[in-house]
Design a protein around this ligand. Structure first.
Ligand code: NAG
Ligand code: NAG
Ligand code: NAG
Ligand code: NAG
Ligand code: NAG
Ligand code: NAG
Length: 669
């Protein structure tokens, strides 16, 4: 205390000396008092020290663009009329001492801004400011929040801006206690470096609007941060990294703004939002939750139980008793994210299980039989393995979707983000695109192989060898993997819908990608058709072919082409229209099309290409006879096959090539 007195005295003596050393003193310091407006302005880099001869009747002090390093203790203590202080753009300012702003009974406004070097403020900087109602501390280098507990403002309304102080990381307990006994109408803590809001941080305050927006590192608001506080009614946590809302303050909340808070994936139980009227959130699916949720207020007020109140006090009734209060929620669910479960209709939910189990079992059986067969691996068998594998992947995709659907049933809005953004959806999307591309590719390869084998049946030198098939399929795998990886790498996206298909056509590149896939599929379909026509023409011409076989071959071809078409046509049609941004159906209906038509090939392929062919039956019975069943059937098939080797289509040389082929169909259905 003694030291303080001495330094103060010294400063006064110094000031007195300076003041009386010449007329241009004020000018040389760049400080200027204006008696009419009762303002005092210090401006420019010539000012290195806080002036101490400020007229006593000054109401406004501005310190701007100076080289002042230290804001001394009690620099303004004699200015009893002071109302506003503006300290801005003082690049050199490093420290504000104790009692810098103390006992200024008329002071209403303090602004300290754009002082990047300002790293510390004494605990007692703000002291006894009963009229203070506007405090701004922005763009400083402060590392800890100053102490406001001795401000003790009694202003009715208080505005506090604490913005862009990148080094303030924590809002500690009781941070704003003692700031004001009134209401803090706006507490703007935006764009700081805040990472954490402690327990009891807002203890002892009444807050109307709290803005924490733009604290990009802010991960945690303690669940009890608002313990001992009244309010806030408005909370803005946009552009933060919060993953859960502090539940004990949500009851009072009227407006919640949480846009671009991608980490906030879970909403608490909606019952907790008792007063909420509007929510601006990040994800549309969260608004689904509010859409389905009707609040009932009538139980709160016993006056509402009086049946006459509605007619006598309509305004009161409207305000307090109305049964259904809808929360206005943005962004509203869009076409891609309608408020529904993954499988919006019950029959779809049943059907998808049936189809997926059929596809998985069918293709798994085919794979098992083909791989365990002891006969030599042939080109058709190799291709069949690939086809079965692709279709198995498709079955797995459907199984994944179906099981997620069951798990999230009637609460999809809360799981939606996690699912669509997560690895699960990415995996499912990858599986389905990979499977469909590989399936179409292999189907085309199988058809081409048949056509080739039949066309060049008698020319040994042009026969397909296994290594050709390996090469062709290696390319197919590479292509399918690449096609399926594109949405993962940012061309289109699997996150757009709950069924994880690349339906995102927002950018030109994703549009091109989707169109290219569809175009290739249509091309493959046309190639398959052309091959079948050629095959039909080829096997029809030789006089040796009997009519009945001819008809059978034709019928079989028709079935193959038809299922392929059934699968391709609706999907391609709607997908092309969607890719051109002229969607003809909603996503809800697209799901029906997808579940019904998309997997048709995967379900039907095992039957059309394996189960109904004789050679597969032979393999099957041989396998099962090894396991002890169907021994007699296996024998029959063995003899039949050996006789087949002398059949019409298969010369002994290419019997391999046609084993899984048209000639051996028994029943297409
Ligand atoms: C004080 O401010 C008033 C109003 O801005 C202005 O008219 C007047 O010239 C100023 N006086 C001095 C001494 O600068
Ligand atoms: C304020 O005090 C200064 C002298 O210190 C004087 O020149 C000026 O007129 C006063 N202003 C008012 C409005 O009283
Ligand atoms: C403020 O005023 C009160 C009483 O008027 C006094 O006790 C206190 O010491 C003063 N504080 C400062 C920092 O001048
Ligand atoms: C909350 O503030 C009150 C005074 O407003 C104080 O008594 C209490 O200790 C504070 N609580 C905590 C946990 O700091
Ligand atoms: C909330 O979102 C709606 C729709 O985007 C917008 O009109 C409104 O201004 C937003 N409200 C706030 C407080 O951001
Ligand atoms: C109003 O009446 C309902 C039943 O009619 C009752 O459950 C509720 O507690 C009552 N509310 C008040 C505030 O009395």
């Amino acid at each position: 205390m003694k030291k303080l007195v001495w330094t103060t005295m010294l400063r006064y003596i110094l000031c007195w000396l300076i003041m009386h050393s010449g007329d241009l003193v004020l000018g040389s310091y760049g400080c200027l008092a204006n008696g009419t407006t009762r303002s005092f302005l210090c401006l420019g880099s010539k000012v290195h020290q806080m002036p101490c001869h400020i007229p006593k009747n000054t109401t406004y002090v501005e310190i701007k663009l100076t080289q002042i390093i230290l804001f001394p203790s009690r620099a303004m203590s004699s200015l009893h009329d002071l109302k506003r202080i503006m300290v801005s753009e003082n690049g050199a300012l490093q420290r504000i001492e104790a009692y810098a702003f103390a006992n200024l009974t008329k002071l209403e406004e303090i602004t300290i801004t754009k002082s990047k070097s300002l790293v510390s403020m004494d605990r007692d900087t703000f002291w006894g400011l009963p009229k203070l109602r506007y405090l701004t501390i922005s763009n400083t280098g402060l590392t800890v929040l100053p102490d406001f507990s001795k401000v003790q403002s009694a202003a009715f309304e208080f505005l506090f801006d604490l913005e862009e102080n990148m080094h303030i990381e924590v809002i500690p307990s009781n941070a704003f206690e003692g700031l004001t006994s009134g209401t803090i109408t706006t507490l703007r803590l935006t764009k700081n470096g805040i990472t954490e809001v402690d327990k009891n941080a807002f203890n002892g305050t009444k807050i109307e609007k709290l803005f924490l927006m733009g604290n990009q590192q802010l991960k945690l608001i303690h669940n009890y941060a608002f313990l001992g506080a009244e309010g806030p009614l408005v909370l803005d946590i946009s552009r933060t990294a919060i993953s859960s809302l502090p539940e004990n303050m949500l009851r009072r909340l009227k407006l919640l703004i949480a846009t671009s808070v991608y980490s906030l994936r879970w909403l608490p139980n909606l019952e907790i939002f008792a007063e909420l009227a509007q929510a601006n959130l990040t994800y549309p699916s969260h608004c689904c939750a509010f859409k389905n949720f009707k609040k009932s207020k009538s139980e709160k007020n016993h006056l509402c139980n009086d049946s006459t109140i509605r007619n006598q006090e309509p305004y009161f009734f409207e305000e307090h008793c109305k049964d259904v209060i809808e929360v206005r929620c943005y962004p509203e669910p869009d076409a891609f994210n309608p408020c529904e479960d993954i499988m919006g209709f019950t029959y779809l939910r049943v059907l998808i299980w049936f189809i997926s189990v059929l596809a998985v079992l069918g293709n798994f059986t085919v794979l098992l039989v083909l791989l365990s067969s002891r006969t030599k691996l042939t080109v058709p068998r190799f291709l069949m393995c690939n086809l079965a594998f692709a279709d198995l992947c498709m079955g797995l995709y459907l199984l994944i979707i179906a099981s997620v659907d069951v798990r999230t049933r009637s609460h999809y809005y809360n799981y939606g983000i996690e699912w669509q953004m997560g690895a699960g959806c990415g995996t499912a999307g990858f599986l389905t695109v990979f499977a469909s591309e590989l399936s179409v590719y292999t189907l085309t390869a199988i058809t081409l192989e048949r056509w080739h084998t039949i066309t060049y049946a008698m020319r040994l030198e042009r026969q397909l060898r296994l290594h050709h098939a390996f090469g062709v399929m290696a390319f197919g795998w590479l292509f399918s993997v690449l096609a399926a990886l594109m949405p993962v790498m940012g061309v289109s996206s699997y996150m757009k819908t709950s069924i994880c298909l690349p339906m995102d056509v927002e950018t030109v590149s994703s549009q091109v990608y989707i169109m290219l896939l569809l175009f290739l599929n249509v091309l493959a379909f046309m190639a398959v058709c052309a091959c079948y026509v050629r095959i039909y023409v080829t096997v029809r011409h030789p006089a040796s072919v009997p009519d009945s076989a001819d008809a059978r071959v034709a019928k079989r071809m028709a079935v193959l082409v038809f299922t392929d078409f059934l699968c391709m046509a609706p999907i391609s049609f709607f997908a092309i229209s969607a890719a051109l941004r002229l969607p003809l159906i909603t996503v809800s209906h697209a799901k029906v099309v997808l579940v019904l038509f998309y997997p048709i090939n995967s379900c039907a392929n095992p039957f059309l290409y394996a189960f109904f062919t004789k050679s597969f039956k032979q393999d099957f019975f041989v396998l099962t006879s090894r396991l002890g069943c169907f021994k007699s059937r296996a024998r029959i098939y063995r003899t039949e096959t050996s006789s087949l080797h002398n059949g019409r289509l298969s010369s002994p040389k290419n019997s391999d090539g046609t084993l899984y082929s048209l000639g051996h169909v028994t029943h297409p259905h």
